[in-house]
Ligand binder design. Structure first.
Ligand SMILES: Cc1ncc(COP(=O)(O)O)c(C=O)c1O
Length: 389
């Protein structure tokens, strides 16, 4: 799975660095930016004010209130109250407690393939069985309602989706999301909507929160958000679940209590500043990501046997490789391409780290600095076209 793959790539990158090569961190999804000054100030103030004691298990009340307001107004999810917000240790932990709360051993969850592996692993950790829906570049990595419906069995309990999507950067359309709601409604299923990249979307694509489309099905839709990407707060580990279901209101607090007993108090004050304060840094980062995306797409376009999918959101670029590339580079598959790139100092993640549908692909991240993206892209073009020495 991806965890192991990324570790291998990093080891090769560190070895390249030790030989004096410059290293381009295109394997990592950690934003290069730091949080804006008002968020850093809130961290400092909270520490100085001694806000270092235990906090309420589900999140500090002011943050829960501000997040409820945010999801009602910005995401258009109706009827959300502070009591429907559960603050988690990042979206990762949100998925962990959600699947823990919803699944019994053997329960099936429909997931897109490829998919960020940790989401799928969290289904397995809860005893669930992920059922993969293959996505393809030809139709823009659509997560199609009819394909989902065809994969349902009597054991299916939930549909998991992620838009914008890691690793392909696809953004699902409103029409498709509405279709997914209809399938869930007909078959009485939960929907878990991972929207960690809600703010990293490039026009003309538009992020739509699935729960905003189905006010009358709201209790069966659970939305997951994060401060990691929107506000460059990845290391501060703050995310949240929006859940209106009484079942989850009963179970989530137990899981939160017994896993973390509340998210770090200081970072919750920082998150409050992030959600209530000036938002201009969100647009600034998006604009810079768009520039990096264009640089990277341009660097890789037109190489024989290399097909890029210009992402509509996220800071990932999904690059598919034809057999001619392996022949040209003298490797046996995408793993070999990734290893070759790492030996030259360029990070990537082999596509099979994202499921069974990515054997002939690699994922690049353009969340590192713009210079790294520019130089890494240039070097990658040389390597992939077989012109590097
Ligand atoms: C699709 C997706 N969901 C959730 C997460 C988790 O983010 P965090 O735990 O940092 O909030 C990630 C992180 O890379 C992701 O790619």
């Amino acid at each position: 799975m991806a965890l192991g793959k990324i570790v291998q790539v990093r080891e090769r990158l560190f070895a390249a660095e030790a030989q004096g090569l410059p290293v381009y961190r295109l394997e990592s999804g950690d934003p290069s930016f730091t949080p804006p000054p008002h968020v850093v100030a809130a961290l400092e103030e909270a520490a100085r004010a001694g806000k270092t004691h235990y906090v309420p298990n589900n999140g500090i009340p002011s943050l829960r209130g501000a997040l409820a307001e945010k999801v009602r107004t910005k995401n258009g999810i109706p009827k959300v109250a502070a009591a429907d917000i559960f603050v988690t240790n990042g979206a990762m932990h949100a998925l962990n407690v959600l699947f823990g709360a919803l699944l019994r051993p053997g329960d099936e969850v429909v997931v897109p393939d490829p998919m960020w592996a940790e989401a799928v692993e969290n289904v397995r950790l809860a005893g669930g069985v992920p059922v993969a829906i293959p996505l393809s570049r030809e139709d823009g990595f659509a997560y199609a309602p009819d394909a989902i419906e065809a994969a349902l069995t009597p054991s299916t309990v939930a549909i998991f989706l992620n838009t914008p999507h890691n690793p392909t950067g696809a953004v699902q359309t409103e029409e498709r999301l509405a279709g997914i709601v209809e399938v869930a409604r007909r078959k009485d299923l939960w929907i878990i909507s991972d929207e960690a990249y809600e703010d990293v979307v490039y026009e003309p694509a538009r992020h739509v929160s699935l729960a905003s489309l189905a006010p009358d099905y709201g209790e069966r839709i659970v939305s997951v958000f994060s401060f990691s990407k929107s506000h460059a707060m990845a290391g501060l580990r703050t995310g949240y679940v929006v859940a209106r279901s009484p079942v989850l209101h009963d179970r989530l607090p137990k899981l939160l209590r017994c896993t973390i007993n509340g998210v770090n108090s200081i970072t919750q004050w920082a998150a409050l500043a992030a959600v209530t304060g000036d938002q201009s840094h969100v647009g600034m980062m998006r604009e810079e990501y768009r520039r990096r995306r264009d640089l990277l797409v341009e660097a890789l376009e037109g190489i024989d046997g290399v097909r890029v999918f210009p992402p509509q959101g996220t800071f990932f670029l999904w690059v598919e490789l034809e057999p001619s590339v392996y022949r040209r580079l003298g490797v046996s598959g995408a793993d070999g391409v990734s290893a070759l790139l790492a030996a030259r100092g360029v990070g990537s993640v082999p596509g099979d780290g994202f499921g069974t549908n990515g054997d002939d692909a690699i994922r690049l991240a353009f969340s590192c600095s713009t210079d790294m993206v520019r130089e890494g892209g240039r070097l990658m073009r040389e390597v992939l076209s077989g012109k590097a020495g």
